[in-house]
Design a protein around this ligand. Structure first.
Ligand code: PEP
Ligand code: MG
Length: 826
């Protein structure tokens, strides 16, 4: 092929690729990108692409020379003009853009005699020598095969850039490869170096590791870079959005002088200092955002006070605040619709905005890790007992409660602590459930941690920390760091709520919260909960109130039991009033007592297997005054509140049912209480009765239960425990971690609902229940109610609502919208 043919048929000036019917397979990713920029009318550094199938031809000096002729034409300038000098930049791009070894040589075309004058013009004290040295080394190593160590040695001896150039040139001459002093020859040699390096075994291995084809090709791009005095020339990078606020406010840096091959550590200048002003940059980023439908990032050069783009890309993973503001802006501008805006935000973005985060720098000392049981982050002094946590926190010190596991008696310590770490327990164990309810970051099942109570130390894998020392807890990743890591506070802001309002219009599933008291319910409602899906009444007896429930559970005769119950019910009425007041006219599901005895009685629980023992409805059928007393407290609280005009929609729920008869008896107890309250107050309290589906048998007899219940709520913590036979308190940290590592399980079934087993039981239950009672209300209140993948399964199963801890409500609103979109798309 002649050079004239090459110019007219092979080389593609920037912006002409698509017009010639070429795509990324020929133009490479960069060629397509610049085509788009030119089509958008944006200023682009002039360049020529040598397509993939002809890339090898650039090693011919005559064709390299023809490429430069064409480049001079499109650039409107000539090489070798000392007044208006040009440099050549050579880059390569593969069709996918993910080249095995990218090449970016910004300093071709420097003639050795012109270096001092050029360096003076640029005025940066050696920058031209540096880029020239980098080119000589690259070409010398890869085209002439001079060992890299020789260059490294020469570089070590010659620290001044000018001296380095002289040494590198001498190395080439000594190796029988005098470095060419002509731009076209340099370009041809640089192309050869790139091709040889691409063909090396090392590059092949790298491609294999990246899953790229062995024979992957690339296009060359040859750009004309103008260099000049620092007052009018330089280069920089910019992003369209301010990372702190997410708003459209271009930020970036600008450096005078010439681009080097490696990132520079000298500080840049703000964009306000751009020669020629920043208006064109701002309008360019605006155009790019609208075109890319995303945050834009550009590399640019300033040439004679004019902006020209070197590269532009969409920011693939913008910071959460940016992603949300951008989605709202694009929707407001009519570029995307609300549904696309909602679909573009991940639930993890929301979590990051709602919870504090650790600002990790990479220099932290990891102490231990465990299950990420409750999102957020905190720093505090290690407290090895609930009492110590309370004492130090009252003294003004932030504390992290570190315990083997927690029980209801630890509530004061958990409330006092900024974060909770337990050695044992899983995602559905007491510590995790309570921490999520309280909105405290927590890590459970940190099995490598050893607590030495006597020595007041905690150890993990060779490190030891004393009680009182600071640790940092990342409940979102499950990592504990020694010492204090900076914590970034949560900043939800109005944008998040605006986005969630879009999500609310998209979703079908209702979102409720698991809240045990007025404070949690109020928080949940502020987060957008549409009601309370689970009030665990036994949680009203944690901490100081524990003796009340203990006295009742340990009563040995009817009189003792009755006396304890009177106190218990009185305390509960206050709590109910508080809860119902916060709920307002919304629905609220109050679950009657389900107190696993080991949690409430500790050593005094005489059961070998308390999770399968006298819990839930079983206790209520042995102690037949329990549920009526609770129900009376609830109904009386409702009557008091109704007098003020507020009428919550009461749903009374019976836990751990396995027999239809259990539910029928408990429903009778509840009805009895309602009749008694009506007799004493004259008010017929409206309420419905339903049951949790927590045992596999309950799921299988859901038709029988639906004959009695007006609603069913799937308690998937227990349902998972009982379906697998996995103890929710014991197996997660060790067994399930090993199982997921061995790929026996994709994820813990306590974190994400198992679609095949537990999900199938739920599906069966729904079908059977609806056959008997088509309008029966169906929800989920296990911890899965806040997990995005589980929420999608709930949407597919056709549940009416999900219920999760208050802090997970915003994420659940978005996840429910995503679920509706996913189902609509299938
Ligand atoms: C459940 O089992 O899913 C549930 C919500 O109840 P708890 O966690 O209180 O046992
Ligand atoms: Mg349960």
């Amino acid at each position: 092929m002649t050079s004239t043919e090459a110019v007219s048929t092979i080389f593609v000036p920037y912006g002409q690729g698509r017009g010639r019917g070429l795509d990324e397979a020929e133009l490479g990713a960069h060629g397509v990108e610049v085509d788009r920029l030119v089509a958008l009318g944006l200023p682009v550094v002039p360049g020529v692409t040598v397509p993939v199938s002809h890339a090898a031809s650039l090693v011919r000096p005559d064709l390299a020379s023809a490429a430069l002729d064409l480049l001079q034409q499109v650039a409107g300038r000539r090489f070798g003009d000392p007044e208006h000098p040009l440099l050549i930049r050579l880059l390569a791009s593969t069709p996918s853009g993910s080249a095995g070894i990218p090449v970016d040589l910004p300093g071709l075309g420097i003639i050795s005699g012109s270096v001092p004058a050029l360096d003076d013009l640029v005025g940066s004290g050696g920058a031209i020598y540096e880029v020239f040295a980098a080119v000589i080394r690259f070409v010398g190593e890869h085209a002439a095969g001079i060992p890299g160590d020789d260059f490294a040695e020469a570089e070590y001896i010659a620290s001044a850039p000018a001296e380095r150039v002289a040494k590198f040139l001498a190395l080439c001459t000594d190796a029988g490869f005098p470095f060419p002093d002509h731009p076209a020859e340099q370009l041809a040699r640089a192309a050869e170096a790139t091709l040889r390096r691409w063909a090396s075994p090392r590059a092949g291995r790298l491609r294999r590791r990246q899953g790229l084809p062995e024979d992957l090709g690339f296009a060359f791009h040859v750009q004309a870079i103008r260099v000049g005095p620092p007052q009018t020339c330089g280069y920089g990078v910019a992003e369209s959005r301010d990372p702190a606020t997410g708003t459209f406010a271009p930020t970036g840096t600008f450096r005078r002088s010439v681009r080097r091959m490696i990132a520079e550590d000298r500080p840049g200048e703000p964009l306000d200092h751009l020669p020629g002003g920043r208006d064109l940059l701002v309008s360019t980023l605006r155009t790019l955002e609208l075109h890319m439908r995303g945050a834009a990032q550009v590399e640019f050069e300033i040439r004679d006070a004019e902006l020209a783009l070197l590269a532009a890309r969409r920011v693939e993973r913008p910071a959460p605040r940016t992603a949300i503001r951008l989605a709202l802006d694009l929707a407001e501008a009519g570029i995307i619709d609300d549904v696309t805006a909602v679909g573009s935000i991940r639930t993890s973005d929301i979590e990051a905005l709602l919870h504090p985060q650790l600002q990790l720098t990479g220099g932290e000392t990891e102490f231990a890790s465990g299950l990420p049981a409750s999102a957020g982050a905190a720093v505090g002094r290690i407290a090895l007992s609930s009492e110590r946590a309370v004492e130090w926190s009252e003294g003004g010190d932030p504390v992290v409660l570190v315990a083997e596991e927690t029980s209801p008696g630890d509530l004061p310590g958990m409330l006092a602590a900024k974060a909770i770490v337990t050695v044992r327990g899983g995602l559905a164990a007491h510590a995790a459930v309570v921490a999520r309810g309280l909105g405290r970051p927590a890590i459970c099942g940190a099995t490598a941690v050893r607590i030495h109570k006597a020595g007041r130390t905690v150890a993990s894998e060779g490190q030891s920390l004393s009680e009182g020392e600071l640790i940092s807890v990342d409940g979102s990743s499950g990592t504990i760091y020694a010492g204090a890591v900076h914590v970034i506070p949560p900043q939800p802001g109005g944008d998040l709520e605006a986005l969630l309002r879009h999500a609310d219009r998209v979703r079908r599933l209702k979102v409720r919260a698991n809240a045990d008291n007025g404070r949690d319910a109020a928080l949940a409602i502020r987060h957008g909960a549409e009601g309370v899906g689970l009030c665990r009444t036994e949680h009203q007896f944690l901490g100081d109130r524990l003796p009340l429930v203990r006295r009742y559970l340990l009563a040995t005769d009817a009189d003792e039991e009755a006396a304890a119950l009177v106190e218990l019910a009185a305390a509960q009425k206050e709590d109910f009033l508080d809860l119902l007041t916060a709920v307002g006219n919304r629905p609220v599901t109050v679950r009657l007592l389900d107190a696993p005895l080991h949690e409430f009685l500790g050593e005094q629980a005489h059961e070998v297997n308390p999770m399968l023992g006298l819990r839930g409805v079983r206790l209520a059928l042995m102690r037949t005054e329990l549920y009526p007393a609770q129900a009376r407290a609830l109904f009386s609280a409702w009557v008091d509140l109704a007098a003020t005009g507020v009428t919550p929609q009461l749903e009374v729920m019976v836990p751990l049912v396995a027999l239809a008869g259990e539910l029928a008896s408990a429903a009778q107890h509840i009805r009895r209480a309602a009749a008694e309250v009506e007799a004493s107050t004259g008010v017929a309290v409206p309420y419905t009765v339903g049951t949790m589906v927590e045992t596999p048998r309950a799921a299988l007899i859901a038709d029988q239960l639906a004959g009695i219940a007006q609603f069913l709520s799937f308690g998937t913590n227990d349902l998972t425990q009982l379906t697998y036979g996995f103890s929710r308190d014991d197996v997660e940290a060790q067994l399930l971690t090993a199982y997921t590592e061995q790929k026996l399980l994709p994820v813990s079934p306590f974190a994400s609902l198992d679609p095949d087993g537990v999900g199938e039981l739920i599906r069966t239950a729904i079908t059977r229940a609806r056959r008997v009672h088509p309008a029966i209300k169906l929800g989920i209140c296990g911890e899965h109610g806040g997990d995005p993948a589980s929420i999608e399964l709930c949407e597919r199963l056709g549940l009416d609502y999900v219920s999760c801890s208050p802090s997970r409500v915003p994420g659940a609103r978005l996840a429910a919208a995503h679920a509706a979109l996913a189902v609509a798309a299938t």
